[in-house]
Design a protein around this ligand. Sequence first.
Ligand code: ISL
Length: 562
Amino acid sequence: ADGAPWWTSAVVYQIYPRSFADSDGDGIGDLPGIVGRLDHLARLGVDVIWLSPVYRSPQADNGYDISDYQDIDPVFGTLDDFDRLLEAVHARGMRLVMDLVVNHTSDEHPWFVESRSSRDNPKRDWYWWRDPRPGHRAGEPGAEPTNWESFFSGPTWTLDETTGQYYLHLFGTKQPDLNWENPEVREAVYSMMRWWLDRGVDGFRMDVINLISKDVALPDATATDPATGRGDGFAHYAHGPRLHEFLQEMRREVFDGRPGMLTVGEMPGVGTEEALLVTAPARRELDMVFQFEHVGLDHGASKFDPQDLAPGALADSLSRWQETVGGEGWNSLYLSNHDQPRAVSRFGNDGAYWRESATALATMLHLLRGTPYIYQGEELGMTNGAFETLEDFRDVESLNFFAQSASTGLTAEAVLDGMRRNGRDNARTPVQWEASPGAGFTQGASWIDVNPNHTWLNAEAQYDDPRSVFSYYRRLVALRHEREVVAVGDYSRVDTGNPAVFGFRRTLGEQTLLVLVNLSDAPADDAVSAGQDGAELILANYEDGAAGAVLRPWEARVFVTP
Ligand code: ISL
């Protein structure tokens, strides 16, 4: 659209390299593996690849713990492999966006190794070091400088014996938080970012970027869990007083004079007001953010205590973000990524209505206002993993939670059930390319089990099938390229009289797109009458198109006028 940024009509595809394609048979995906599968992305028609971290890393959190920002981890390849990938991506007219993990580093990063070496090391202040709580002996339970619970269970502080002080880590013990208050830290990060842009990358997805500014007083959480004595410190370590200042500074220092870039900030717990501030173009912060409201709807006491969603809850949440952020600001649209269970298993019905619900959810997501993200395998309708025992899981978040749950009174079976439903490993089983053992992902032994359903659910089986989930995703991606109304049309909700049926309109000038999606297993009467007068059906996910006024289970129809 005239004057609209390029990414309004773009679709982004996320690659989690560990699980995408393994070229050397070590059971772990790698960069040459990605190059070998780029035709898949070209066929799908996506515009941008977001590559999850491939930097040098001890892999304590699968690369979200970086020990060298300017090198590639040997499990993924070399810098030369990276340059070849970038060239191949550009040759196909796509862009490549790197993952930027700068709230924390690995404890094996030279910056941290120096910082921990002595209290007066010049890099001491690059991280958050604090004395034990007054009146407590270093190392005893409760001596941590704050009572915060970390994202990966346990305290957010670990004692370093060398200097008798604690360091802050909002995630795992091997992921110490950088101190963004120190201008040297910020300059080091910006110069590393410029180095990648100079190499040719097209922007960054910024990991937990809303956590870089903290309340420097580091206040305790007020509510605590009696079982652990710890609580949620989010109010003190997220959206701190200098967040917007840091983002604006980064924009000036890194992105000024470089058009065509993409910046997307991952912001767990962000609300609509803050998201609008970050994405309103005039404020010059980020292009868009990942918000978490809709992926928290089914969380109970924790994410491992999943609850069933009320009908309409998903649509209500997404609709509210459309109305509050999507006009002046901009939304990222996603249902899955490497941290979330598979969308079709979580929000759809991966049994009786597998194909219908995968395509219904996709219709909803891709026709909202914002930039859609496809997570690898979602375009095939990949489902949650088949994890039987504890030994089948790999993720540090799940394993730490399981270890801690023994002391919090939950039964092992209940926790395992939660991990099966909501654990991050669900998203991390290998991409299913073929029916063969190893699913075309690897010739070796995969680092995490391939889903047994790859025998029928795989890319090869879907490419030439016009009814496949893959073919449907192709049409959705193409629609955004072909129709301006999809890219930049205004959003308004349509009341369908049935909470399970999500209806919305997109309008641009005289043109209107009407989207009706039944997000349930039950047929919905009369849901269609709203849209039929004079409108042309341009997309539907049941073979016989628009038959009658009843929307069948997980049926989606898209009309355009005039
Ligand atoms: O996965 C989550 C839901 O429980 C979040 O807590 C997640 O850890 C959070 O969204 C931050 O995610 C990002 O940073 C983490 C990393 O483990 C995730 O993979 C990454 O996407 C720490 O770098």
